[in-house]
Design a protein around this ligand. Sequence first.
Ligand code: ZN
Ligand code: ZN
Length: 418
Amino acid sequence: MSISRMLDSLPGTMPTLEDIYRDLHAHPEFAYSEHRTAGIVAESLRKAGYEVTEGIGVTGVVGVLRNGDGPTVMLRADMDALPVEEKTGLDYASTATMIDETGQAVPLMHACGHDVHVTCLLGAAQQLATSTDLWSGTLVALFQPAEEGRGGALRMIEDDVFGIVGNPDVVLGQHVLPYAAGTVGYRAGAMLAAADSFEARVFGRGAHGSRPETGIDPIVMAASIVMKLQTIVSREVAANEQVVLTVGALHAGTKANIIPDHADLKLSIRTYDRGVTERVEAAVRRVIEAECISAGSPRPPEITELSRFDATVNDPRATDRVVQALKSELGDDQVVEIDPIMISEDVGEFGKAAGAPSVYWALGCVDPKTYAEALAEGKIEEQIPSNHSPLFAPAVQPTLTTGVTALVTAAAAWLSAD
Ligand code: ZN
Ligand code: ZN
Protein backbone atom coordinates (compact mmCIF):
# COMPACT_ATOMS: atom_id res chain seq x y z
CA MET A 1 0.00 0.00 0.00
CA SER A 2 1.27 3.47 -0.82
CA ILE A 3 0.97 4.70 2.80
CA SER A 4 4.01 2.68 3.83
CA ARG A 5 5.96 4.16 0.92
CA MET A 6 4.94 7.66 2.05
CA LEU A 7 6.84 6.88 5.24
CA ASP A 8 9.93 5.44 3.55
CA SER A 9 12.22 8.33 4.45
CA LEU A 10 10.92 8.71 8.02
CA PRO A 11 13.67 6.70 9.76
CA GLY A 12 16.29 8.91 8.08
CA THR A 13 14.63 12.15 9.20
CA MET A 14 13.79 10.95 12.72
CA PRO A 15 17.07 12.02 14.41
CA THR A 16 16.46 15.60 13.20
CA LEU A 17 12.84 15.46 14.38
CA GLU A 18 13.96 14.22 17.79
CA ASP A 19 16.36 17.19 18.01
CA ILE A 20 13.51 19.55 17.08
CA TYR A 21 11.35 17.95 19.78
CA ARG A 22 13.97 18.33 22.51
CA ASP A 23 14.63 21.90 21.44
CA LEU A 24 10.92 22.79 21.53
CA HIS A 25 10.58 21.07 24.89
CA ALA A 26 13.44 23.12 26.34
CA HIS A 27 11.92 26.36 24.96
CA PRO A 28 8.21 26.42 25.86
CA GLU A 29 6.21 29.54 25.07
CA PHE A 30 2.93 30.78 26.55
CA ALA A 31 -0.32 31.34 24.65
CA TYR A 32 -0.03 33.95 21.87
CA SER A 33 3.71 34.28 22.57
CA GLU A 34 4.76 31.23 20.52
CA HIS A 35 7.04 33.37 18.33
CA ARG A 36 10.13 31.15 18.42
CA THR A 37 8.07 27.99 17.87
CA ALA A 38 6.14 29.62 15.01
CA GLY A 39 9.42 30.69 13.40
CA ILE A 40 10.78 27.11 13.51
CA VAL A 41 7.50 25.82 12.08
CA ALA A 42 7.39 28.38 9.24
CA GLU A 43 10.99 27.74 8.24
CA SER A 44 10.55 23.97 8.23
CA LEU A 45 7.35 24.20 6.15
CA ARG A 46 8.95 26.57 3.61
CA LYS A 47 11.94 24.26 3.26
CA ALA A 48 9.56 21.39 2.53
CA GLY A 49 7.91 23.42 -0.25
CA TYR A 50 4.76 24.65 1.52
CA GLU A 51 3.08 27.99 0.85
CA VAL A 52 3.29 29.52 4.33
CA THR A 53 1.24 32.22 6.06
CA GLU A 54 2.30 33.42 9.49
CA GLY A 55 0.63 35.58 12.11
CA ILE A 56 -2.92 34.21 11.75
CA GLY A 57 -4.58 34.54 15.17
CA VAL A 58 -1.48 36.36 16.49
CA THR A 59 1.10 33.54 16.23
CA GLY A 60 -0.69 30.84 14.19
CA VAL A 61 1.06 29.39 11.14
CA VAL A 62 -0.45 27.55 8.23
CA GLY A 63 1.28 25.76 5.34
CA VAL A 64 -0.46 24.64 2.15
CA LEU A 65 0.76 22.05 -0.34
CA ARG A 66 -1.37 21.89 -3.50
CA ASN A 67 -0.82 18.62 -5.29
CA GLY A 68 -3.43 18.31 -8.01
CA ASP A 69 -7.11 17.42 -7.84
CA GLY A 70 -8.60 15.84 -4.79
CA PRO A 71 -9.83 16.61 -1.30
CA THR A 72 -8.35 19.19 1.05
CA VAL A 73 -7.11 17.61 4.27
CA MET A 74 -6.24 19.77 7.25
CA LEU A 75 -3.86 18.46 9.91
CA ARG A 76 -3.79 20.51 13.11
CA ALA A 77 -1.30 20.90 15.96
CA ASP A 78 -1.24 23.31 18.90
CA MET A 79 1.90 25.13 20.05
CA ASP A 80 1.39 26.67 23.50
CA ALA A 81 2.93 25.67 26.83
CA LEU A 82 1.70 25.99 30.42
CA PRO A 83 2.73 27.93 33.53
CA VAL A 84 4.09 24.82 35.28
CA GLU A 85 7.52 24.32 36.83
CA GLU A 86 9.10 21.29 35.17
CA LYS A 87 10.31 18.60 37.57
CA THR A 88 11.00 15.76 35.15
CA GLY A 89 14.79 15.88 35.57
CA LEU A 90 15.21 15.35 31.80
CA ASP A 91 18.41 16.76 30.39
CA TYR A 92 16.29 18.82 27.98
CA ALA A 93 13.89 19.99 30.73
CA SER A 94 12.63 23.56 30.56
CA THR A 95 14.02 26.28 32.79
CA ALA A 96 12.06 28.96 30.92
CA THR A 97 10.00 31.61 32.67
CA MET A 98 7.71 34.41 31.61
CA ILE A 99 6.49 37.57 33.30
CA ASP A 100 2.78 37.32 34.08
CA GLU A 101 0.18 40.11 34.24
CA THR A 102 1.10 40.85 37.86
CA GLY A 103 4.79 41.32 36.96
CA GLN A 104 5.92 38.06 38.53
CA ALA A 105 8.22 35.51 36.89
CA VAL A 106 6.30 32.30 36.21
CA PRO A 107 7.90 29.01 35.10
CA LEU A 108 6.87 27.52 31.77
CA MET A 109 6.71 23.91 30.64
CA HIS A 110 5.36 21.87 27.76
CA ALA A 111 3.34 19.96 30.35
CA CYS A 112 0.57 19.08 27.89
CA GLY A 113 2.85 17.71 25.17
CA HIS A 114 2.05 20.27 22.48
CA ASP A 115 5.76 20.08 21.57
CA VAL A 116 5.06 16.47 20.50
CA HIS A 117 2.12 17.66 18.37
CA VAL A 118 4.24 20.31 16.63
CA THR A 119 7.11 17.88 15.95
CA CYS A 120 4.84 15.13 14.63
CA LEU A 121 3.01 17.52 12.30
CA LEU A 122 6.31 18.90 10.95
CA GLY A 123 7.42 15.30 10.34
CA ALA A 124 4.15 14.40 8.61
CA ALA A 125 4.29 17.57 6.48
CA GLN A 126 7.80 16.58 5.34
CA GLN A 127 6.82 13.00 4.54
CA LEU A 128 3.84 14.12 2.47
CA ALA A 129 5.96 16.73 0.67
CA THR A 130 8.54 14.13 -0.36
CA SER A 131 5.94 11.63 -1.60
CA THR A 132 3.71 13.78 -3.81
CA ASP A 133 3.73 11.10 -6.54
CA LEU A 134 1.74 8.87 -4.16
CA TRP A 135 -1.20 11.17 -3.46
CA SER A 136 -3.25 13.99 -4.87
CA GLY A 137 -5.26 16.80 -3.34
CA THR A 138 -4.33 19.63 -1.01
CA LEU A 139 -2.67 19.32 2.35
CA VAL A 140 -3.08 22.05 4.97
CA ALA A 141 -0.75 21.90 7.99
CA LEU A 142 -2.14 24.22 10.65
CA PHE A 143 -0.30 25.20 13.85
CA GLN A 144 -2.53 27.07 16.28
CA PRO A 145 -1.61 29.20 19.28
CA ALA A 146 -3.22 29.24 22.68
CA GLU A 147 -5.14 25.99 22.94
CA GLU A 148 -5.01 26.00 26.76
CA GLY A 149 -8.27 27.81 27.50
CA ARG A 150 -7.43 30.89 25.48
CA GLY A 151 -9.34 30.33 22.29
CA GLY A 152 -6.50 30.07 19.76
CA ALA A 153 -8.62 28.11 17.26
CA LEU A 154 -11.37 30.75 17.25
CA ARG A 155 -8.78 33.53 16.87
CA MET A 156 -7.42 31.84 13.73
CA ILE A 157 -10.95 31.35 12.36
CA GLU A 158 -11.79 35.02 13.07
CA ASP A 159 -8.57 35.94 11.28
CA ASP A 160 -10.03 34.22 8.20
CA VAL A 161 -7.73 31.20 8.08
CA PHE A 162 -10.16 29.41 5.75
CA GLY A 163 -10.27 32.41 3.42
CA ILE A 164 -6.49 32.07 3.13
CA VAL A 165 -6.12 28.30 2.79
CA GLY A 166 -9.56 27.24 1.54
CA ASN A 167 -12.16 25.10 3.28
CA PRO A 168 -10.93 21.64 4.30
CA ASP A 169 -12.96 18.50 3.57
CA VAL A 170 -11.79 16.95 6.82
CA VAL A 171 -9.95 18.15 9.93
CA LEU A 172 -7.56 15.70 11.63
CA GLY A 173 -5.48 15.99 14.77
CA GLN A 174 -4.05 14.17 17.75
CA HIS A 175 -3.20 14.71 21.42
CA VAL A 176 -0.63 12.90 23.52
CA LEU A 177 -2.25 11.22 26.50
CA PRO A 178 -0.88 8.83 29.14
CA TYR A 179 -1.48 5.57 27.27
CA ALA A 180 1.24 3.19 26.06
CA ALA A 181 3.46 4.78 23.42
CA GLY A 182 3.02 3.07 20.06
CA THR A 183 -0.76 2.96 20.50
CA VAL A 184 -3.48 5.25 19.23
CA GLY A 185 -6.83 5.66 21.01
CA TYR A 186 -9.99 6.56 19.11
CA ARG A 187 -13.64 7.19 19.81
CA ALA A 188 -16.50 7.90 17.42
CA GLY A 189 -18.87 10.61 18.66
CA ALA A 190 -18.19 12.68 21.79
CA MET A 191 -14.62 12.07 22.94
CA LEU A 192 -13.61 15.13 24.98
CA ALA A 193 -15.82 17.15 27.29
CA ALA A 194 -17.13 20.68 27.08
CA ALA A 195 -15.21 22.97 29.44
CA ASP A 196 -16.42 26.26 30.83
CA SER A 197 -14.25 28.38 33.10
CA PHE A 198 -15.22 31.15 35.46
CA GLU A 199 -13.59 33.43 37.97
CA ALA A 200 -15.31 34.74 41.04
CA ARG A 201 -14.29 37.58 43.34
CA VAL A 202 -15.89 37.51 46.77
CA PHE A 203 -15.79 40.52 49.04
CA GLY A 204 -15.12 40.78 52.75
CA ARG A 205 -13.99 43.64 54.97
CA GLY A 206 -10.29 44.01 55.65
CA ALA A 207 -9.09 44.10 59.24
CA HIS A 208 -6.17 43.42 61.59
CA GLY A 209 -5.53 39.70 61.93
CA SER A 210 -5.89 40.03 65.71
CA ARG A 211 -9.40 41.49 65.48
CA PRO A 212 -11.50 39.34 63.13
CA GLU A 213 -14.68 40.69 64.80
CA THR A 214 -14.08 44.03 63.07
CA GLY A 215 -13.82 42.49 59.60
CA ILE A 216 -15.50 39.98 57.34
CA ASP A 217 -13.01 37.30 56.38
CA PRO A 218 -13.09 36.50 52.64
CA ILE A 219 -10.63 33.62 53.10
CA VAL A 220 -13.03 31.72 55.34
CA MET A 221 -15.81 32.60 52.90
CA ALA A 222 -13.81 31.28 49.94
CA ALA A 223 -12.82 28.10 51.80
CA SER A 224 -16.47 27.47 52.59
CA ILE A 225 -17.41 28.05 48.95
CA VAL A 226 -14.80 25.53 47.76
CA MET A 227 -16.14 22.85 50.11
CA LYS A 228 -19.79 23.59 49.34
CA LEU A 229 -19.12 23.45 45.58
CA GLN A 230 -18.09 19.80 46.04
CA THR A 231 -21.69 18.95 46.91
CA ILE A 232 -22.97 20.00 43.48
CA VAL A 233 -21.56 16.96 41.66
CA SER A 234 -22.19 14.58 44.55
CA ARG A 235 -25.74 15.77 45.44
CA GLU A 236 -27.27 17.62 42.47
CA VAL A 237 -26.08 15.61 39.48
CA ALA A 238 -27.39 12.16 38.53
CA ALA A 239 -24.89 9.32 38.69
CA ASN A 240 -25.08 8.76 34.93
CA GLU A 241 -24.43 12.40 34.04
CA GLN A 242 -20.73 13.05 33.64
CA VAL A 243 -19.59 16.22 35.39
CA VAL A 244 -16.29 17.40 36.86
CA LEU A 245 -16.10 20.64 38.82
CA THR A 246 -12.63 21.81 39.82
CA VAL A 247 -11.51 24.94 41.65
CA GLY A 248 -8.06 25.36 40.12
CA ALA A 249 -7.02 28.66 41.73
CA LEU A 250 -7.71 30.35 45.04
CA HIS A 251 -5.93 33.57 45.91
CA ALA A 252 -6.33 35.96 48.81
CA GLY A 253 -4.29 38.07 51.12
CA THR A 254 -0.62 38.94 51.53
CA LYS A 255 0.40 38.62 55.21
CA ALA A 256 -0.30 36.38 58.19
CA ASN A 257 -1.69 39.22 60.31
CA ILE A 258 -3.96 40.94 57.80
CA ILE A 259 -7.49 39.90 56.93
CA PRO A 260 -7.81 40.88 53.26
CA ASP A 261 -10.87 42.48 51.73
CA HIS A 262 -11.43 40.03 48.88
CA ALA A 263 -10.62 36.56 47.59
CA ASP A 264 -10.45 35.25 44.02
CA LEU A 265 -11.41 31.78 42.80
CA LYS A 266 -11.10 30.22 39.36
CA LEU A 267 -13.09 27.15 38.49
CA SER A 268 -13.76 24.86 35.58
CA ILE A 269 -16.91 22.85 34.79
CA ARG A 270 -16.61 19.82 32.48
CA THR A 271 -19.74 18.29 30.99
CA TYR A 272 -20.96 16.40 27.92
CA ASP A 273 -24.50 17.76 27.81
CA ARG A 274 -25.27 21.46 27.53
CA GLY A 275 -28.46 21.03 29.59
CA VAL A 276 -26.35 19.65 32.43
CA THR A 277 -23.86 22.52 32.01
CA GLU A 278 -26.67 25.04 32.52
CA ARG A 279 -27.86 23.33 35.71
CA VAL A 280 -24.37 23.03 37.16
CA GLU A 281 -23.47 26.60 36.28
CA ALA A 282 -26.66 27.87 37.94
CA ALA A 283 -25.82 25.82 41.05
CA VAL A 284 -22.28 27.24 41.14
CA ARG A 285 -23.63 30.80 41.04
CA ARG A 286 -26.24 29.98 43.68
CA VAL A 287 -23.64 28.48 46.05
CA ILE A 288 -21.20 31.38 45.68
CA GLU A 289 -23.91 34.01 46.15
CA ALA A 290 -25.48 32.21 49.12
CA GLU A 291 -22.16 31.70 50.90
CA CYS A 292 -21.45 35.42 50.52
CA ILE A 293 -24.85 36.28 52.02
CA SER A 294 -24.27 33.76 54.77
CA ALA A 295 -20.94 35.39 55.69
CA GLY A 296 -22.40 38.90 55.67
CA SER A 297 -20.39 39.98 52.62
CA PRO A 298 -20.75 43.75 52.02
CA ARG A 299 -21.20 43.31 48.25
CA PRO A 300 -22.50 40.61 45.93
CA PRO A 301 -19.76 38.48 44.35
CA GLU A 302 -18.51 39.23 40.84
CA ILE A 303 -18.67 36.11 38.68
CA THR A 304 -17.10 36.36 35.22
CA GLU A 305 -16.92 33.84 32.41
CA LEU A 306 -13.34 33.14 31.29
CA SER A 307 -13.79 30.71 28.41
CA ARG A 308 -16.18 28.21 26.88
CA PHE A 309 -15.28 25.13 24.87
CA ASP A 310 -17.82 22.76 23.38
CA ALA A 311 -17.32 19.01 23.55
CA THR A 312 -15.02 17.50 20.91
CA VAL A 313 -17.17 15.24 18.75
CA ASN A 314 -15.66 12.89 16.19
CA ASP A 315 -17.65 12.32 13.02
CA PRO A 316 -18.49 8.57 13.07
CA ARG A 317 -17.95 7.91 9.33
CA ALA A 318 -14.72 9.87 9.14
CA THR A 319 -13.53 8.18 12.35
CA ASP A 320 -14.19 4.77 10.84
CA ARG A 321 -12.14 5.74 7.78
CA VAL A 322 -9.22 6.89 9.97
CA VAL A 323 -9.42 3.81 12.21
CA GLN A 324 -9.38 1.36 9.29
CA ALA A 325 -6.31 3.11 7.84
CA LEU A 326 -4.54 3.24 11.22
CA LYS A 327 -5.24 -0.43 11.91
CA SER A 328 -3.78 -1.51 8.59
CA GLU A 329 -0.67 0.62 9.13
CA LEU A 330 -0.04 0.21 12.88
CA GLY A 331 -1.72 -3.16 13.49
CA ASP A 332 -5.11 -3.91 15.07
CA ASP A 333 -3.68 -4.22 18.60
CA GLN A 334 -2.16 -0.75 18.49
CA VAL A 335 -5.42 1.03 17.67
CA VAL A 336 -7.81 0.86 20.59
CA GLU A 337 -11.21 2.31 21.37
CA ILE A 338 -11.11 4.55 24.46
CA ASP A 339 -13.73 5.92 26.83
CA PRO A 340 -14.75 9.60 26.70
CA ILE A 341 -12.29 11.80 28.60
CA MET A 342 -13.11 14.90 30.68
CA ILE A 343 -10.31 17.01 29.21
CA SER A 344 -11.27 19.58 26.58
CA GLU A 345 -9.97 21.01 23.34
CA ASP A 346 -10.81 23.70 20.83
CA VAL A 347 -9.82 21.59 17.79
CA GLY A 348 -13.54 21.00 17.09
CA GLU A 349 -14.00 24.70 16.29
CA PHE A 350 -12.20 24.25 12.95
CA GLY A 351 -14.49 21.50 11.71
CA LYS A 352 -17.57 23.40 12.91
CA ALA A 353 -16.48 26.62 11.18
CA ALA A 354 -15.57 24.81 7.95
CA GLY A 355 -18.67 22.59 7.99
CA ALA A 356 -16.30 19.60 7.73
CA PRO A 357 -16.12 16.38 9.73
CA SER A 358 -13.27 16.18 12.20
CA VAL A 359 -11.42 13.30 13.81
CA TYR A 360 -9.22 13.67 16.85
CA TRP A 361 -7.35 10.78 18.39
CA ALA A 362 -5.20 10.04 21.42
CA LEU A 363 -1.51 9.35 20.90
CA GLY A 364 0.02 7.14 23.60
CA CYS A 365 3.22 8.58 25.06
CA VAL A 366 4.25 6.38 28.01
CA ASP A 367 7.14 3.94 27.68
CA PRO A 368 5.27 0.68 26.86
CA LYS A 369 7.10 -1.37 29.52
CA THR A 370 6.48 1.23 32.26
CA TYR A 371 2.83 1.38 31.20
CA ALA A 372 2.41 -2.40 31.20
CA GLU A 373 3.94 -2.68 34.69
CA ALA A 374 1.73 0.07 36.14
CA LEU A 375 -1.31 -1.52 34.51
CA ALA A 376 -0.46 -4.94 35.95
CA GLU A 377 -0.15 -3.42 39.43
CA GLY A 378 -3.36 -1.39 39.01
CA LYS A 379 -1.37 1.80 39.58
CA ILE A 380 -1.80 3.80 36.36
CA GLU A 381 -3.23 6.87 38.16
CA GLU A 382 -0.56 6.74 40.86
CA GLN A 383 2.52 5.99 38.77
CA ILE A 384 1.94 7.55 35.36
CA PRO A 385 2.08 11.37 35.39
CA SER A 386 -0.80 12.89 33.44
CA ASN A 387 -0.86 15.93 31.18
CA HIS A 388 -0.34 19.18 33.13
CA SER A 389 1.76 17.39 35.77
CA PRO A 390 5.27 18.83 36.41
CA LEU A 391 6.46 15.24 35.86
CA PHE A 392 4.78 14.76 32.47
CA ALA A 393 7.56 13.38 30.25
CA PRO A 394 6.50 11.67 27.02
CA ALA A 395 8.81 8.87 25.88
CA VAL A 396 10.46 10.31 22.76
CA GLN A 397 10.15 6.94 21.03
CA PRO A 398 8.05 5.30 19.86
CA THR A 399 5.81 8.34 20.46
CA LEU A 400 7.22 10.55 17.69
CA THR A 401 7.37 7.79 15.08
CA THR A 402 3.81 6.71 15.88
CA GLY A 403 2.59 10.32 15.87
CA VAL A 404 4.04 11.06 12.42
CA THR A 405 2.82 7.71 11.09
CA ALA A 406 -0.69 8.32 12.41
CA LEU A 407 -0.97 11.78 10.82
CA VAL A 408 0.37 10.62 7.44
CA THR A 409 -1.83 7.52 7.49
CA ALA A 410 -4.98 9.43 8.42
CA ALA A 411 -4.32 12.09 5.77
CA ALA A 412 -3.66 9.38 3.19
CA ALA A 413 -7.07 7.86 3.93
CA TRP A 414 -8.41 10.90 1.96
CA LEU A 415 -5.48 11.74 -0.29
CA SER A 416 -3.98 8.41 -1.31
CA ALA A 417 -4.43 7.23 -4.87
CA ASP A 418 -5.11 3.69 -3.57
ZN1 ZN B 1 -3.57 20.81 28.26
ZN1 ZN C 1 -3.17 19.97 25.32
